[in-house]
Ligand binder design. Structure first.
Ligand code: XIL
Length: 448
């Protein structure tokens, strides 16, 4: 088992503890938990939590508080530690670490990254594992000669339109004749010319929608029909050319907090939810009908911050399990992996998450990986993290696709200063590329 690369030690216990950023959980903490409410303010909640933690010595952890800003009266004492202050939203609790965290120990030296054998590309190295390796791309980049197109097509076996196939660009005018296929068609055509597979993204989301849809006044019945019509048209237009579709994107509420008793787990997603309460089922059923019997096109649910086992991925798990129980067709879950080198989920948590979706018979795709590593962050550490997560994917039979959101720091949605992608702003490979190629060339990866 590989070590966790960057372990944050934020607990007040004397021994070092690993901090799982996404679940805000002390991985080796002895849990104390309970609802210490009702309270009338964050301050009162905090005081009660402190008192309760003080009354339970020996748990070796920092007491944290969560104020339920939805119900406003509940106060949770959780077995958490961490320095993330205030994640209060309309539907989640915010945790605050109380007490002084000891300084993190200096990270141990990272093993050097050997150069990759000359001439070996990511796609060639991934091929022998049957793993698709890809990147999100934009129409400008792939439609004209230049380093963007050359690098992307040489290195990757899979592509996803970063924006061109979303509802806004593809369906700019209302009605069945309101489609503009140009950009999305171009992504498919360029990919096919380079012998690449296309991962379709996405058919239903709360953002990147056309103005007629976001600003229009539609009844729930009209919205339901529109959703069905849009999905049917897009899935039929590309047919078997699409390897899969992210049918619904980012529907689950963010959650470091426990789900509220009255929570459906879904976040408000204009215009779909709550107007069309069963919109996820509607979307997947429409996609399944449109792909037709015997189709190879896979239908995915895709979300962020659900990469390791954590409260949000628990809700994703419950969503897809519920869909299966209701007979709603679904083939896989996309884990976006927008994370940072300094605060990654643990590899164990990622592996466990993939395994539980696998047990449901679902595929898992890493769909939008970018590993933030701004000035001061070591690109070697970033390379190790890319390689480690790739190893987790290779060791998980259910993980079939590994994709970054873009590939060059010159063109990333979170800004070049974050240096999140495997190629630098000049399209030169960063240490991450050699690290991943070396992992892929390793004869067999059965353990991460
Ligand atoms: C982002 C694109 O990269 C941006 O260019 C666009 O302005 C907004 O959308 N999760 C997703 C992607 O599923 O579709 C998003 O892409 C990034 C977050």
């Amino acid at each position: 088992m590989l070590r966790v690369l960057v372990a944050f030690v934020l607990c007040s216990a004397t021994s070092a503890r690993q901090y799982d950023a996404l679940s805000s959980t002390c991985l080796n903490a002895k849990p104390i938990s309970g609802n210490v409410g009702p309270v009338s303010s964050a301050k009162e909640c905090e005081a009660k939590c402190d008192a309760q933690a003080a009354a339970a010595p020996g748990t070796g952890q920092t007491p944290c508080v969560g104020v339920d800003t939805n119900g406003k009266t509940n106060c949770y004492l959780k077995s958490v530690c961490g320095g993330k202050a205030g994640h209060c939203g309309s539907s989640e609790c915010g945790y605050r670490a109380v007490g002084v965290a000891p300084p993190a120990p200096p990270p141990g030296p990272l093993p050097p990254i050997p150069p990759a054998p000359p001439g070996v590309t990511l796609r060639a190295a991934a091929e022998k594992h049957g793993l698709l390796i890809g990147a999100a791309t934009n129409v400008n980049g792939v439609s004209k000669a230049g380093p963007y197109k050359t690098t992307e097509q040489a290195q990757y076996s899979l592509t996803t339109a970063e924006n061109a196939c979303k509802v806004g660009p593809i369906h700019p005018r209302e009605g069945p004749n309101g489609f503009d296929w140009k950009g999305c068609d171009e992504i498919f055509a360029q990919a096919e010319a380079a012998n690449q597979t296309v991962r379709g993204h996405n058919l239903c989301w709360h953002t990147e929608n056309p103005a007629w849809l976001t600003k229009g006044k539609h009844t729930p019945a009209q919205l339901r029909s529109f959703l069905q019509e849009h999905i049917t048209a897009v899935v039929k237009h590309y047919g078997e050319r699409a390897y899969c579709w992210d049918v619904v994107n980012e529907a689950i509420e963010d959650g470091r907090a426990p789900a509220h008793a009255n929570s459906t787990g879904l976040k408000p997603s204009k215009p779909w939810y709550p107007a069309v309460p069963d919109y996820i089922d509607v979307a997947f059923k429409a996609a399944a009908a449109a792909r037709g019997p015997g189709s190879k096109v896979k239908l995915f649910y895709n979300d962020y911050s659900a990469d390791g086992v954590n409260p949000k991925s628990d809700k994703v798990y419950n969503l897809v399990k519920g869909m299966q129980e209701r007979g709603v067709p679904i083939d896989g879950v996309g884990l976006q992996f927008h994370i940072s080198v300094q605060n990654p989920p643990s590899l164990d948590a990622i592996a466990a998450n993939m395994a539980r979706f696998g047990k449901l018979g679902l595929e898992v795709h890493i769909t939008e990986m970018d590993l933030k590593c701004p000035e001061g962050c070591s690109l070697e550490a970033q390379a190790h993290l890319y390689a480690d997560i790739l190893k987790v994917c290779l060791a998980a039979p259910t993980c079939r696709s590994f994709e970054t959101w873009g590939f060059t720091d010159a063109d990333t949605w979170i800004g070049a200063a974050q240096r999140p992608l495997p190629f630098d702003e000049q399209y030169s490979p960063k240490p991450a590329v050699a690290a991943m190629i070396n992992v892929l060339l390793n004869a067999s990866v059965t353990q991460y």
